[in-house]
Design a protein around this ligand. Sequence first.
Ligand code: KG4
Ligand code: ZN
Length: 350
Amino acid sequence: MIILGIETSCDETAASVASFDNGVVKILSNVVSSQINIHKKYGGVVPEIAAREHMENIIPVIDKALAKAGIDKKELAGGKKNKPLDAIAIATGPGLITSLLVGVETAKTLSFAWDVPLVSVNHIEGHIYANFISETQISKSKFPTVILTVSGGHTMIVLMDGHGKFKMIGETRDDAAGEAFDKAAKLLGIGYPGGPAIAEEAEKWNGKGKITLPRPMINDKSLDLSFSGLKTALLYQIQNDKNWKKRIPAYAHEFQAAVIDVLVSKTIKAAKKYNVNNIMLAGGVASNIKLREELARAVSEKLNKVNLHIPDLRYTTDNAAMVAAAGCFKTKAKKFTSWRKAKADSNQEL
Ligand code: KG4
Ligand code: ZN
């Protein structure tokens, strides 16, 4: 089975081709055209600009993904039999509506013109399925699994009982973890996107002049999280520190440590509560090296016989390989959406 994935939820125009045989998802091409450098000067994504960029990039990006996977476009033309594509998987939401529309309308057009079925994928579901891109057989023992899903727009702890079976067991009550990194980086004046900027500054800390920030809700019984108070605590501390500009690495280090402590602690709590033998990490914040290391350490120290799955770095921030991967399992289950019904939905729930 061969699937084309398309992703335009925010500021990356992405297309990918995946093959799916005997339960193994293999990525044949993964093309991402990032707009980070364009939005950088505004300190965040400007929806109008993002949509225009998607419009210009979408067809060249899809063209490149097909070519890299060795797919001959002529074979996709209407009326041809034995098409080299079994489905087009499209991320329909959540995300910025003007960005989503470009990908969704393109996918619908291609489905109509090529007569290839369409599969609608939730963007968060896509992030989760980055964990199912593998060279090895995905065994049933991956379920149940707890997934720490941390991106710029969402932070939730998900219990997954089987393919397409998700239950949200914890979520942020205010800011998403990635959003917290972005806001903290803005306060510290170290650029956009904030996650990588904070991680880079944190690395520079020499261990002197330790800052202390709170770990919001870490002792709370629920699996919910909260990050807006942490950002405010950072703001108050730098307002009261005349020399804060000289201590940016110390602030970045403590901020990153506070976010990670809470994320790791809640994930371990969730795994214990639901007695799972698998934990997965998903979303843009999953590219944070310290988070990957700390979660791995906590799993080996605090849990028994739990497998930790961490996606390859290139599949953590927005990409279409994750959408294609989810599309593989949905196509196998024949969960198609007709091009007449597929719709971009900025608030689509998992
Ligand atoms: O999943 P993603 O690419 O887009 C959304 O679906 O939101 O996530 C983007 C978020 C941004 O907030 C960015 O600051 C954060 O992921 N991020 C990181 C790192 N790389 C990206 N956060 C922490 N550490 C990183 N290395
Ligand atoms: Zn995302």
